[in-house]
Ligand binder design. Structure first.
Ligand SMILES: NC(=O)c1ccc[n+]([C@@H]2O[C@H](COP(=O)([O-])OP(=O)(O)OC[C@H]3O[C@@H](n4cnc5c(N)ncnc54)[C@H](O)[C@@H]3O)[C@@H](O)[C@H]2O)c1
Length: 300
C-alpha cells in the first residue's frame, strides 16, 4: 500500500500534461486532490475526469505567478482537506528564440510562472508541512518541483526557458539540503523531463493579455517550429512521467528523469565546466541540424 493512500495532493498545471496524469495516479491511490490551473475550460474538463475516478477534488483557478493567488489556494486547501502530503509545483510555460530577442514581457511571464510559481509554492506550503510533521510523527510530505533537462543543459535558441529551469533546479537542490537540516519527514524532488508530448509547445494559449507578445522574430518562429516537432515526436508519455514522479516519492529519490540517456549531455556540459573548456557544440552528434539552424538564422 502506498504511503500516500488517503492523503492530499496539491498539483499546479493540473488541467493538462504531467499535472493531469499525476492527478489520475493520485485519484487511483485514493488521494484527495487540489487541481490548480490557469486555464478554466481545460480545468473544468480535467475536474470532471478526476471526479469520475471517485476522488474528492478541489478545483482552483489561479495564476501561479501571483503570490496572493497561491496563498488563497493554500488557504482553501487547508480549509477543505488540511495540510497536503504532496505539493507538485508543476505549472510551466515555454518561450524560445535568441536570448537577446525576448521582450521584457517575455522575461516577466516566463520567470513569473516557471520560477516564481515554484517559489510561491515552496514558500507557502513548506512551513505548513513542517509544522504538521512536528505535530504528527507519522506524517510524510513531498514537494516536487518541475524543472526540465533544460535546467541541466543550455541548448541554444531556448532563451529564458533555460534560465528559469536552471533556477528551479537550484531552488530544489537548496530545498533538499535545507529540509535535511530540519526534518526527516518532508522530502524534496525535482522533475527533469526531456521532450514529452503535452501542451507545452502551445503555452502561449495561456499568456496574459497584459503581457501580449509582439510580432515574433525569425529566431522565435524557428524555436516554435523546433519545439513543436521535438515535443510531438517524444516517445515517453506524460502518463509515464507522472508515474516516475510517484515512484520517486515512494523511493525518496530526488532527481526524476524521463530520459536517463540524455544525461550524457549533462556530463559533457559538466566536463566543459570542470576542464575548463568552452561550451561544447550541442549539435556535435548531429552536425546537419546545427548547420541548418545557423543557415536559417543567418539567412536574409
Ligand atoms: N512536455 C515537455 O516536453 C516538458 C519537458 C520538460 C519540462 N516540462 C515542464 O513540465 C511542466 C508541465 O508542462 P506540460 O509539459 O505538462 O505542459 P502542458 O501545457 O500540457 O501543461 C501545463 C499546464 O500548466 C498550466 N499553466 C500555464 N500557466 C499557468 C499559470 N500561470 N498558472 C497556473 N497554471 C498554468 C496550463 O494551463 C497547463 O494545464 C512545465 O513546468 C514544463 O516546463 C515539460
Amino acid at each position: 500500500m502506498s504511503h500516500l493512500q488517503g492523503g492530499t495532493a496539491v498539483i499546479t498545471g493540473a488541467a493538462k500534461g504531467f499535472g493531469l496524469k499525476a492527478n489520475r495516479i493520485a485519484a487511483r491511490l485514493g488521494m484527495k486532490v487540489v487541481m490548480a490551473d490557469v486555464q478554466a475550460d481545460a480545468l473544468a474538463r480535467a475536474q470532471a475526469e478526476i471526479e469520475g475516478l471517485g476522488a474528492a477534488v478541489l478545483p482552483w483557478r489561479l495564476d501561479v505567478s501571483k503570490a496572493d493567488q497561491v496563498q488563497a489556494m493554500a488557504d482553501a486547501t487547508l480549509a477543505r482537506f488540511g495540510v497536503p502530503h504532496v505539493v507538485f509545483n508543476n505549472a510551466g510555460v515555454g518561450a524560445g528564440g535568441l536570448i537577446w530577442e525576448h521582450t521584457q514581457a517575455d522575461w516577466e511571464w516566463v520567470i513569473g510562472v516557471n520560477l516564481m510559481g515554484v517559489a510561491h509554492g515552496v514558500r507557502i506550503f513548506t512551513p505548513l508541512m513542517l509544522a504538521e510533521a512536528a505535530r504528527n510523527p507519522g506524517y510524510r510530505g513531498h514537494l516536487v518541483n518541475t524543472a526540465s533537462m533544460a535546467g541541466l543543459l543550455n541548448a541554444p535558441n531556448m532563451g529564458v526557458y533555460n534560465v528559469t529551469k536552471h533556477a528551479v533546479v537550484s531552488l530544489s537542490e537548496t530545498l533538499y539540503q535545507d529540509l535535511a537540516l530540519v526534518s526527516d519527514q518532508v522530502h524534496a524532488h525535482v522533475l527533469c523531463p526531456f521532450f514529452v508530448p503535452t501542451g507545452i509547445s502551445q503555452s502561449h494559449r495561456n499568456r496574459p493579455a497584459d503581457m501580449a507578445p509582439v510580432k515574433p522574430t525569425k529566431s522565435q518562429l524557428i524555436a516554435q517550429a523546433m519545439s513543436d516537432k521535438a515535443v510531438s515526436s517524444g516517445k515517453v508519455t506524460a502518463a509515464q512521467v507522472a508515474q516516475f514522479v510517484f515512484d520517486a516519492m515512494a523511493e525518496r529519490r530526488f532527481y526524476i528523469y524521463s530520459h536517463p540517456k540524455s544525461l550524457a549531455s549533462v556530463q559533457v556540459r559538466l566536463e566543459d565546466v570542470m576542464t575548463p573548456r568552452n561550451p561544447t557544440d550541442p549539435f556535435a552528434a548531429k552536425p546537419e541540424i546545427g548547420a541548418e539552424l545557423r543557415r536559417a538564422l543567418r539567412g536574409a
